[in-house]
Structures are given as C-alpha cells and as structure tokens.
Ligand binder design. Structure first.
Ligand SMILES: Cc1ncc(COP(=O)(O)O)c(C=O)c1O
Length: 408
C-alpha cells in the first residue's frame, strides 16, 4: 500500500506479531510502539476485552446486515459522552466524512465545503486538496477536476477569515478537527471553536468536528470534554482496535432529516449512505468492548499523565542541548516543535517540523527498539504504555539529540 511506503521513507519492517505496547518484526526485533498505527491501535495489541468480543462475535455471527443490541449500547454510551444523540456507522473515518458532506449538502442545498490549512480528513476527492498559487488544487492524481472547486481552505484560528467566507451563504459544511493533529499539533485558541459554532449557525452552514484522532485524547473526545456544540462528530480509528469501524454522531434534527430521506430502494431516492459491512455485529461488539472496558475516564486520566511525562521528558532533552524548541502536548499526544512558539495554524505548523529531522530520528529510534510517530504526528501514548515505556522513549530521543548535536 502506498501509505506503507510513503509514511516510512526507509524500508519498513515486516511484522510477525505483537503484544501490549510492543510489536516484533520477522527478524525478531522488538519495537515499543509510539505510532500505534496512526492512532488506530491505541488500546494496544491483544487487549483482553477486544479479544473476548471478537472471539465471541465471530462464533455467534460476525455480520447479519441487520442491527444488533450492541449498536444501541454504543450509541447510548456515545450520546452520553460526546453529547450528540444519534449515530450512523461506516467502515472508516473517510467514509463517515463523505456521508456527513452528503447530508450537509442535502440539508443546506449548498455545495461548498470549508476545511482548514493543515487538515486531513481521509481519502476524499474534495478534501485531498491544498492551496496553490492558482487556487485550491488536488494534492494527488486521478481525482475528478471539479471536486477541488467545491472546497475552500482557510487558516485555522482566524474567525474573521471564516466569517468573510460564511457570509456568502454558499457553504454547506465546515469540517475540522477540534485541534489539528495531522500537521503535528495545533490547538484552538480560547473561544475559537465556540466562535466557529456561532458563525456556522449564524450563516446557515453545518459544522462537523472530526475526532478520528482526538477521541483518543480525552473521555468523550474533545467535544465531550470541552463541552463543544456541533452538528456532527466523526469517530473511527482506535474505536475498532484493528477492525474496520467508524461512525458519526448528529443532532436529533439532522437524524430526523436523514430518516425522512432514507433511501429505501423503492419510492423516491434518499440520501446516499450505507454499505454492506457497515455496523457489522463484529465491529460494533468491538467498539462496545472498547467503550465499556478500556475508554474509561480513569484510563484517559492515566494516559494524560503519561502524555505530560513524555512532554516534560522532551523539554528536559531540549534544555540539555540548549535547543530553543518546545514540546507539544494535548493529552496523550506529544511531539517536537522546532519553532520558538507553538503554531496557531497549518502554515506555522509546517515551519515547526522538518521532514529530514523526523526521518532521521525515526530511523535512529527504530534501530534502538522504538517505533516513533510518523512525519505529520508525534509520539502518541497508548492505553497500555507505562511510565517506564515513556522514560525509555525519552532516553532514546535524548541519545538521538546527543548524537545529532555532537556530530562534527
Ligand atoms: C482527522 C482524520 N479524519 C479522518 C481520517 C481518515 O481515517 P481513515 O483512514 O480511517 O478513513 C484521518 C486519518 O488519518 C484523520 O486523521
């Protein structure tokens, strides 16, 4: 797969097995994992609740194309934790974002989508775009020409820029992570997300908070823990713990609209949602096990402490070498910021990282048994890491800086 090549610009190891926070390659080398498959394995490898759920559900029927009770429990738990009452299932966060866009376009009767510089929302025609000299351009090949013209890219943390665009009243959806996690880390400035909510409501656009990553940062995601108001929330990745699973939450009004326009094969066409394996009994049982037994507020609290330990360790390492760098931290996510101030948008975030530095560090650390975060991310604490795992990461990172800065 292209991603396996592009995310690791050295020959990737082939993996044989894994347990807890460590995976082992076919040559028998162990790696303490701080990438956790780009946050899709935050429960660790072989978590007992997931093993139990998978074993039971494969035996009792993995898929019926009919609902199971587990789906009701998952929706109930998410409604309580995130604050949106109604949920729909997909196989990936990309798929969830695609459906959210379709629903938003149908409700508003508008076409345009707003995303923010530094965004990533999955492999979707409209959002695989960046700002070029001539306007919004596709970042990859093979995409339909017209799709880039439906997307507007704005700087994050800039309410005036957003208002200028929304005031034209042709935007169906503003799609954003509550904190950008795909260009290292950009936090919202105080009041920014509340401002986004206010402006979208004022100008008749809908808002989707994409928490495919950030749901692993805080109980109920950032939406729940920061008590954000929104029309949609997208979740995925770690909730399936390796089984393809994602879903999106929505307000009751939107759910009523979706119910009214449900595509039922006979009669008039409805909104295009759904797929054969969406909400499979297997995936939903795994999500329930994760929510009930791993994603507890105590466990989130624990990994938040570990995230702070990691960030503090990096700060110490930078100070030892008199480096004017900062350590990012948002809950269990940390990382290296090579500028003197934390970035406030995607453009600043680009300046805060250096691809060669990251490639070099990842290779150095891989050769010493640590699997570091990919280029656009940073080291991520998982639910199975321990204090000594964090200290080991910091030790090897410190050695890397020593070697780098003592090199002649
Ligand atoms: C914020 C965000 N949304 C959506 C996606 C797409 O997820 P998937 O590849 O599981 O569809 C990603 C993937 O990294 C992501 O970071």
């Amino acid at each position: 797969m292209a991603w396996m090549v592009s995310l690791n610009r050295f020959n990737p190891p082939f993996i044989r097995s894994a347990a807890g926070a460590v995976f082992t390659d076919v040559d028998g080398n162990d790696y303490l994992d701080f990438n956790v498959a780009d946050l899709s394995m935050t429960m660790g490898y072989g978590p007992a609740p997931v093993v139990r759920a998978v074993s039971r559900q494969v035996l009792e029927g993995a898929q019926f194309l009919l609902p199971t009770e587990d789906a009701l429990v998952v929706c109930q738990l998410l409604a309580e934790q995130v604050g949106l009452p109604c949920w729909q299932f997909t196989l990936s966060a990309s798929g969830a974002n695609i459906e959210v866009m379709r629903i938003a376009r149908h409700i508003t009767g508008r076409e345009k989508i707003v995303v923010f510089d530094g965004h990533y929302h999955g492999h979707i025609d409209e959002t695989l775009v960046s700002q070029g000299a001539e306007g919004v351009e596709h970042e990859q090949l093979g995409l339909p020409k017209g799709s880039a013209s439906q997307t507007l890219i704005l700087p994050f943390n800039d309410l005036a820029a957003l208002e200028e665009v929304l005031a034209r009243r042709d935007v169906a959806l503003v799609l954003t992570e509550p904190a950008l996690t795909n260009c290292t880390l950009v936090r919202p400035t105080p009041g920014y997300l509340e401002g986004v909510r206010r402006l979208t409501a004022q100008y008749g656009s809908l808002l989707c908070l994409d928490e495919a990553h950030t749901f692993q940062f805080a109980h109920g995601g950032l939406t729940g823990s920061w008590q954000l108001k929104t029309d949609f929330v997208v979740l995925g990745k770690g909730l399936g713990s390796g089984i393809a699973f994602a879903l999106y939450g929505m307000t009751r009004e939107i759910a009523q609209h979706l119910e009214h326009f449900t595509d039922s094969d006979i009669g008039p066409p409805g909104i295009a949602t759904g797929g054969t394996l969406y909400a499979s009994a297997l995936a939903v049982s795994v999500a329930r096990a994760c929510l009930e037994e791993v994603l507890t507020s105590d466990n989130y609290q624990r990994i938040n402490h570990l995230g702070a330990r990691l960030a503090n360790g990096l700060r110490r390492a930078f100070a030892t070498h008199n480096l004017p760098w900062l350590a990012f931290q948002l809950g269990p996510r940390s990382g290296y910021c090579l500028t003197k101030e934390l970035p406030k948008n995607g453009a600043e975030a680009n300046l805060s990282m250096d691809a060669e530095f990251i490639d070099c560090r990842r290779l150095f650390m891989a050769n010493r048994g640590i699997w570091d975060g990919i280029l656009s991310a940073g080291p991520q604490v998982s639910f199975v890491h321990t204090e000594s795992d964090i200290d080991r990461y910091v030790d090897v990172a410190t050695k890397f800086l020593e070697e780098l800065f003592s090199a002649k």
